[in-house]
Design a protein around this ligand. Structure first.
Ligand code: HXC
Length: 258
């Protein structure tokens, strides 16, 4: 799996797209390896996942343009479906995911970041959906997730213009959560992941599921969903320990994911 690196430390997985010579552009092999790494993170039941790009320049500079250049419509559909399957796998990971955007996040790169729960960016990060300048539309979920993240009007402007967005603008429109100096980005992401990892995992996963499923439904169904997830927490030892510790005015013991 040399196209994608996978490592786990302190219950946090880091997935690194590792094709720096092509600015981590996504071809079929890279996408398949990304799918394997995501499946591994799920199997390892880590408490948070970081997704980043190798090298100093790029998170992911997009889908591989050279590979797409000669595709037939049928091949293009299959490529889009492969990417969408993998990105849905990222989105559906039960634990929180953090995109650590260290440079260019264009086209499929921006779409990969959008598949994560949280986006942290370097001041050098550049976002954009330049596809219309190549004669194509976004194809890994950009038309759907960008609109859900920054709103329809801004998403349309970004996609129709194909213009790049710097980190300051990305922060202003809510495309990223926070921006850091390059050297501070990964430490900040690891700190955020460690903070999440220290919380009750069942509760964190339930909160993610409630948000992700609730956002797709009407408010009454979403509220009902939340109540059901809330209730499931009360069948856990972590809830008992978390609340008992508060009542007894002591720190809770480390949460056990039980
Ligand atoms: C293939 C890519 C690539 C890409 C960069 N490279 N982006 N190869 N696909 N998306 C390769 C270059 O060809 C080059 O290879 C090497 O990486 C370094 O890139 P340079 O262009 O020399 O670097 P620089 O001049 O710094 O410019 C950086 C850049 C530019 C502005 C990011 O590389 C760029 O515009 N890339 C394309 C961005 C893009 O349009 N992305 C959207 C793709 S469409 P060599 O061998 O020459 O050294 C898409 C659709 C998604 O993502 C949905 C699909 C279904």
């Amino acid at each position: 799996m040399t196209n994608v690196l996978y490592e786990v430390a302190d219950q946090v997985a880091t997935i690194t797209i590792n094709r720096p010579e092509a600015l981590n552009a996504l071809n079929g092999d890279v996408l398949k390896d990304l799918g394997s790494a995501v499946a591994q993170a799920a199997a390892d039941r880590v408490r948070a996942v970081l997704v980043t790009g190798a090298g100093e320049k790029a998170f992911v500079a997009g889908a591989d343009i050279a590979a797409m250049a000669t595709m037939t419509p049928r091949e293009a559909q299959a490529f889009s479906e492969l990417g969408n399957t993998v990105f849905r796998q990222v989105e559906r990971l039960p634990m929180p995911t953090i995109a650590v955007v260290n440079g260019f996040a264009l086209g499929g790169g921006c779409e990969l970041a959008l598949s994560c729960d949280v986006r942290l960016a370097s001041v050098k990060a550049v976002f954009g959906q330049p596809e219309v300048g190549l004669g194509i539309t976004p194809g890994f979920g950009g038309t759907q997730r960008l609109a859900r993240t920054v709103g329809i009007g801004l998403a349309k402007e970004i996609i129709f213009s194909g213009r790049n967005i710097d980190a300051t603008r990305a922060l202003a429109i809510g495309l990223v959560n926070s921006v850091y100096e390059p050297a501070e980005l990964m430490p900040a992401a690891l700190k955020m992941a460690a903070g999440i990892a220290a919380k009750a995992p069942v509760a964190v996963r339930a909160a993610k599921a409630a948000i992700n499923l609730g956002i797709q439904t009407d408010i009454d169904s979403g509220i009902a969903l939340e109540a059901a997830y809330f209730a499931t927490c009360f069948a856990t030892e972590d809830q008992t320990e978390g609340m008992t510790a508060f009542v007894e005015k002591r720190k809770p013991a480390p949460f056990q994911d039980k």
